[in-house]
Write a protein that binds this ligand. Structure first.
Ligand SMILES: [Zn+2]
Length: 555
């Protein structure tokens, strides 16, 4: 085995979400983050997808561990599915592990896997690698960058980060350790690109406090704050400002309740005695004495905020005089749902405040000047932009090249599946792996076969045809004229008298009559003949490819 490092991104490069990267050296491989993503709107009825881990099969014996940078779903969401395939140890911070445990419990995996909790500056040996965990700031707490050392050089992987010197919870980003690695020499920096198109610095988590205070001081009715359940700094701010204005906090929505519970239990949230109230207790309070912390900032129909604004959530609904604060960014693709939600809230007579009107949300990702600080601290030989759509990776490169004097030839743009080889001197793409997507049915935690998704698409666009053929069990001859039932097909009037319908019946009849003796005896063969003939005919006549499901009845 030659002494090279291979970086193989399985997800997160050229897309939003599904962050996952394989790092290989010698006989060992580690997976850095295993996230989930959200498929395009055109994937019918599928909410979630994960990287396809198929190609890792050939490295089954080499995978030494999964190392997690932080607890966002696009970094941990695929963990149960990976661990079901490859039962390897997992390394993560205390808070991240709290989220992971609750996820593994849902999948009934908790007792079968080895979980290592690590502290900032811990160093662990994993096969040929030594990994040091370095604190970074982000919208979540307890987040890491990783220093991954090998005999031929060190990689720094930033994870998601911003440079926040005054976080609400915990210590600031550990630039000192990053600089120490920079002085010792860093071969490559794989670096967050999510906000690489945004000039300047990303504001501190604290930046939202003044506007929250102002809104709370003005509001007379109830206040509803919708935020990401994982934005722990934000939750603390809402709790603190509520305390300041003598309001109690009531937490609504499954993931919000879960995360507040985990963060409080592990000591990340600072809650004053009696600060949290149940829904029932909140009803006894005056309008000016309560704030609801809720899920659903993206307009998700089943989340608390949508239900509070459209009908009711466990008997509670938003009403006249209430103030709703959307303390989150709009994730691309959710614009319509959020717009609809805002309309519903207005109908209820409540006022709504989003990030366009007040500073009530800041990003958790590095803007350009944060990227500069990171790159100057780490002083890598190569930079590999990660986490983001291709446009963001590209702008990351342009920024470093044009504004930080970083040599352009040492900024390597790669995409999912590319195999980037680092030999200590050069960085070269030496291959391409097949890394597709696996769709997940969220209700059953099951993988959805790609064929199912293709079929749903076909059903949605082209409809379905069911020819029904009745034959004699003895002779295999038609016992009655074939019937054809169709749904969602263009060119058909429902009563089945159209030319197309009569033609389809004729095609089916001819297909059966032309069938061989063997096909008549074996109904699956007969079905296939009918399907193929009908498909050919319909495609020729209409240009569409409906799903065709023949039924053969033997009497
Ligand atoms: Zn994140």
């Amino acid at each position: 085995m030659s002494n090279v490092i291979e970086l193989i991104p399985l997800g997160g490069l050229g897309e939003f979400g599904s962050n996952c990267m394989a790092v290989r050296y010698g006989d060992d491989m580690i997976l850095v983050d295993v996230g989930m993503g959200f498929p395009a709107e055109s994937v019918y009825g599928v909410d979630v997808c994960i990287p396809d881990f198929e190609f890792l099969e050939e490295y089954r014996e080499n995978i030494a561990a999964v190392v997690i940078t932080h607890g966002h779903e696009d970094h941990i969401g695929a963990l149960p599915y990976v661990l079901k395939k490859f039962n390897v140890p997992v390394y993560a911070s205390h808070f991240t592990m709290g989220l992971i445990e609750s996820k593994l419990e849902e999948h009934d995996l908790l007792n079968d896997v080895l979980l290592h909790r690590v502290e900032p500056r811990d160093r662990v040996e994993i096969g040929e690698f030594e990994v040091e965990f370095i604190r970074v700031s982000h919208s979540l707490v307890d987040c890491f960058a990783l220093a991954i050392s090998t005999p031929i050089g060190t990689l720094i992987h930033t994870g998601d980060y911003k440079v926040d010197e005054t976080p609400v919870i915990g210590e600031p980003i550990d630039l000192r350790t990053l600089r120490r690695y920079g002085q010792e020499g860093v071969l490559a920096l794989t670096s967050d690109s999510t906000n690489a198109t945004v000039p300047g610095r990303t504001p501190s988590e604290r930046a939202v406090i003044p506007d929250f205070e102002e809104i709370f001081s003005e509001a007379e009715g109830r206040i509803f704050v919708a935020a990401f359940a994982s934005s722990i700094h934000r939750l603390q701010i809402v709790i603190d400002v509520a305390q300041q204005f003598d309001r109690k906090v009531c937490v609504l929505g499954r993931s919000m309740v879960k995360n507040v519970e985990i963060a409080e239990r592990l000591g990340y949230l600072d809650l004053h005695e009696g600060m949290l109230v149940s829904l029932q207790e909140s009803r006894k309070l005056g309008d000016g004495e309560v704030v609801y912390l809720v899920t659903g900032s993206q307009g998700e129909p089943r989340a608390a905020l949508s239900q509070l604004s459209s009908q009711s959530y466990k008997g509670l609904s938003i009403g006249d005089g209430d103030t709703v604060i959307l303390s989150a960014r709009i994730i691309p693709g959710n614009e319509r749902a959020i717009s609809r939600l805002i309309g519903e809230i207005y109908k209820r007579g409540a006022s709504i405040i989003d990030e366009k009107r007040r500073l009530i949300h800041v990003s958790g990702h590095a803007s350009q000047e944060d990227i500069r600080i990171m790159t100057e601290a780490v002083r890598p030989r190569f930079v590999v932009p990660v986490h983001g759509e291709y446009r963001m990776l590209y702008r990351h490169k342009e920024f470093l090249k044009n504004h930080c004097d970083f040599p352009g030839e040492n900024i390597i743009l790669i995409e999912n599946g590319d195999v980037l080889e680092l030999d200590g001197e050069r960085a070269t793409v030496v291959g391409k792996r097949e890394v597709g997507r696996t769709f997940i049915d969220e209700t059953g935690f099951e993988e959805i076969d790609g064929e199912v998704v293709r079929e749903r698409r076909q059903l949605a666009y082209d409809g379905v045809i069911t020819p029904v053929v009745t034959i004699s069990e003895e002779t295999g001859e038609l016992e009655a004229p074939p019937e054809v039932v169709a749904r969602g097909l263009i060119g058909l009037d429902g009563d089945g008298t159209s030319t197309l319908m009569r033609d389809m019946q004729r095609v089916v009849k001819e297909a059966v009559e032309a069938a061989t003796r063997e096909e008549r005896r074996d109904t699956s063969l007969l079905k296939e003949r009918v399907r193929v003939e009908l498909k050919r005919f319909v495609q020729k006549q209409t240009g569409s490819r409906p799903v065709i499901m023949p039924v053969v009845v033997q009497i």
